[in-house]
Ligand binder design. Sequence first.
Ligand code: GSH
Length: 285
Amino acid sequence: MTKQYTPAKVWTMDNQNGGLWASINRPDSGARHEQALPKGKQPLQLYSLATPNGQKVTIMLEELLAKGVKEAEYDAYLINIGEGEQFSSGFVEINPNSKIPALIDTSADNPIRVFESGNILLYLAEKFGHLLPKEIAAKTEVMNWLFWLQGSAPYLGGGFGHFYAYAPEKFEYPINRFTMETKRQLDLLDKQLANNEFIGGDEYSIADIAIWPWYGNLALGKLYDAAEFLDVDSYPHLQRWAKQISERDAVKRGRIVNRTSGEEWEQLSERHCAADIDAVLSRKP
Ligand SMILES: N[C@@H](CCC(=O)N[C@@H](CS)C(=O)NCC(=O)O)C(=O)O
């Protein structure tokens, strides 16, 4: 057991808690400094970072472009959340919640701001008529899983990932609790994928695009360095799906946008046209 903790009568912020995000996290919202966002020429302006939540949107945009939807062209600007860029006045105007990803659709008469990654996927799917079935039962099944992801990934990221990879010490209680939940989620996906090619059924959809960056990357050992600890190889159907999705061209393209870590051939801090991605991927040995 770690040393006994008795909560104070009224909580106050402890600047010294030492976690990776300690210098960024504060108990208030809103802009912390004045700074406008950069703007490019494409119809869609994305402000993001290649975390799993960020990858959802760039994969979606690359899937749309692969289908020939030219109106899905986008400028993707890097928001360095470790440096607090999500708290600029410009970013807060488009997402008052100060979290990436955030999008502006400048093709509308009045630009439309879109935040929350799940909502961005839905917005793009509806706007362009792709990757979301039209028939009510199939569409609802995809939405079931999209909402599932938005509600479940915080247990993986904010719960398991935070305590396993980022907290200043390894605390047994939260690691046990969130590992139990994460493995339950992996088992759930494995069972769903045992009988379905894709998460929502027979069709690749925004449910796969939402879930793969989290649970696909985790299954492939690319998240939190936790493959062995979680025994990810014991979920064969999830493994099959994770590999299948990772081989899609749009996934290979989208996952490197706004990425600033990893191999040289998978880092593209800003994207303004297809050639930007081609140039980086061509460096792959
Ligand atoms: N529910 C949000 C979550 C977004 C989110 O948590 N973004 C993280 C990076 S993955 C972030 O911007 N964190 C910065 C911060 O917390 O200050 C979504 O799906 O868009």
